[in-house]
Design a binder for this molecule. Structure first.
Ligand code: GDP
Ligand code: MG
Length: 163
């Protein structure tokens, strides 16, 4: 059985972009329209030392913060059930939101390894945005740029350590 890695996070944080980046090809639909991946996307990633299954979770852009929370709880629950390793993605450009905090709190109680990724850190100047995420007090916080590949090698190393 291959280890299963699930990507979760709010709509538009860059989950599908990360999925495609790890896959090394374009498969998940990435749109400027937020929340385009409606369902789940599964792919086998075997271009690194150790193969794994990757799940991209989707969701619509909910009308309210309440709906968003419900959706994220369901998405995270699913990842908790199906995955061996969970990647929770934050948006380093938008900053930390209440639903991010809630899901981070939910996932840090889980027995499975969780890596917390701050995406859209495309260059050094965006590193400043990390400060508020460190306030969550998470051990495994990693800045990445799914669009440009920054930090993704480090992410792969961390994944391999957990497999
Ligand atoms: P999802 O809803 O979480 O799957 O997010 P998507 O992967 O569809 O991306 C949402 C938007 O964020 C798209 O416009 C992406 O091009 C953009 N995006 C994703 N990753 C990055 C990144 O690393 N840097 C920047 N600047 N934009 C990104
Ligand atoms: Mg998506």
């Amino acid at each position: 059985m291959l280890p299963v890695v699930a990507i979760v996070g709010r709509p538009n944080v860059g989950k599908s972009t990360l999925f495609n980046r790890l896959l090394g090809q374009r498969k998940a639909i990435v749109e400027d329209v937020p929340g385009v991946t409606r369902d789940r996307n599964y792919a086998r990633v075997d271009r690194f030392d150790r193969p794994f299954m990757l799940i991209d979770t989707g969701g619509f852009e909910p009308a309210s913060e309440d709906r968003l929370l419900t959706q994220m709880r369901e998405q995270s629950q699913l990842a908790i059930e199906e995955a061996d390793i969970i990647l929770l993605v934050f948006d380093g450009r938008e900053g930390l939101t209440p639903s991010d905090e809630e899901v981070a709190a939910m996932l840090r109680r889980v027995e499975k390894p969780v890596l917390f990724l701050v995406n859209k850190i495309d260059g050094d100047s965006q590193e400043l945005a990390l400060g508020e995420f460190y306030s969550l007090g998470l051990d495994d916080l990693l800045p990445i740029s799914s669009a440009h590949g920054r930090g993704v090698g480090e992410l792969i190393d961390r994944l391999h350590q957990l497999m």
